[in-house]
Design a binder for this molecule. Structure first.
Ligand code: ADP
Ligand code: MG
Length: 269
């Protein structure tokens, strides 16, 4: 089972939006996928239209009040399930984070999920705090959304340093899946500058080909409690972006083996 931690130092860069829509796109591509929310703010539940603190989730697993089977939420797509953060009182976030990062809980939940899922997409809170670090410690891959604006470049170095540290100290199997540019605005020169800097400054292959555009439809989707793909009977063209992102991700998860013939492919059969 692949565990993809979606992390960024900054808030509001599209982590939750990407986790949910990518999870659905991965499920539609035939994978048994789970979106796991570790952000005490609970925006995943909110963007699914669940009322604030309505459903039990990770918090209730930590206290032992609920069993794993009863907090997994099924979705319209039989291949996709969601596990939200549950009821975390804003005044007890620190206690929740302590419990979550105490050694065995998260790995044991993942071990119990492993037989039933191919992929888990972990929606991390903003920042490089202990929850994000813990998610990276149990993940197989890190996916870093980067908002296409100048300040984003400053924070990415610190996150890469955390990933290096986690890899060196606790989780050698953690791989960098890549960075994905989000909220990209073709009209804005700042967006273009950031994209250009990223493409030139980072080694080849770190930046995923898929770019998530800035679009009002995302806001509307989260207000209406639906992933983009399910907003209308006929999905908006923008939803395609996540099929493309899922494809980028799947290609990186399953690198071609060295014996694969990489010669030219004949067009004619
Ligand atoms: N590509 C985008 N274009 C426009 N708005 C977006 C986009 N991605 C996310 N949003 C909106 O921006 C806000 C923050 O996004 P969110 O995914 O919650 O970020 P994070 O999880 O990193 O805090 C939400 O209101 C969301 O609907
Ligand atoms: Mg979020």
């Amino acid at each position: 089972m692949y565990v993809i931690a979606v992390a960024s130092q900054k808030g509001g860069v599209g982590k939750t939006t990407i986790s949910l829509n990518l999870g659905l796109a991965l499920a539609r591509a035939g994978n048994r996928a789970l979106v796991l929310e570790l952000d005490a703010q609970g925006s995943l539940g909110l963007s699914l239209g669940l009322a604030d603190r309505a459903r039990p989730g990770v918090a209730e697993l930590l206290t032992g009040a609920e069993r794993l089977e009863s907090v997994l939420l099924r979705t319209r797509d039989p291949q996709l399930q969601v596990l939200t953060v549950g009821r975390v009182d804003p005044t007890t976030v620190a206690g929740f984070e302590d419990a979550l990062t105490r050694a065995p809980v998260l790995p044991s939940v993942l071990a119990r999920l492993a037989p039933d899922f191919d992929l888990v997409v972990v929606d991390c809170p903003a920042g490089l705090g202990k929850v994000t670090t813990r998610a990276l410690e149990v993940a197989t891959h890190a996916l870093l959304p980067l908002q296409a604006e100048p300040l984003a470049l400053r924070s990415v170095g610190q996150l890469l340093a955390v990933i290096d540290r986690v890899r060196a100290e606790t989780n050698p199997r953690l791989s960098m899946l890549g960075m994905v540019l989000s909220m990209f605005d073709r009209q804005a020169s700042a967006s273009l500058d950031v994209a250009e800097t990223l493409w030139t400054r980072f080694p080849d292959g770190i930046i995923l080909d898929t770019v998530i555009p800035r679009d009002e439809a995302f806001l509307e989707a989260s207000l209406r409690g639906a992933p983009l793909l399910l907003m209308q009977k006929r999905p908006p063209p923008l939803a395609r972006v996540f099929d493309q992102l899922a494809n980028d991700v799947l290609v990186r998860l399953e690198p071609t083996s060295p014996d694969d013939d990489d010669g030219p492919i004949s067009l004619l059969l």
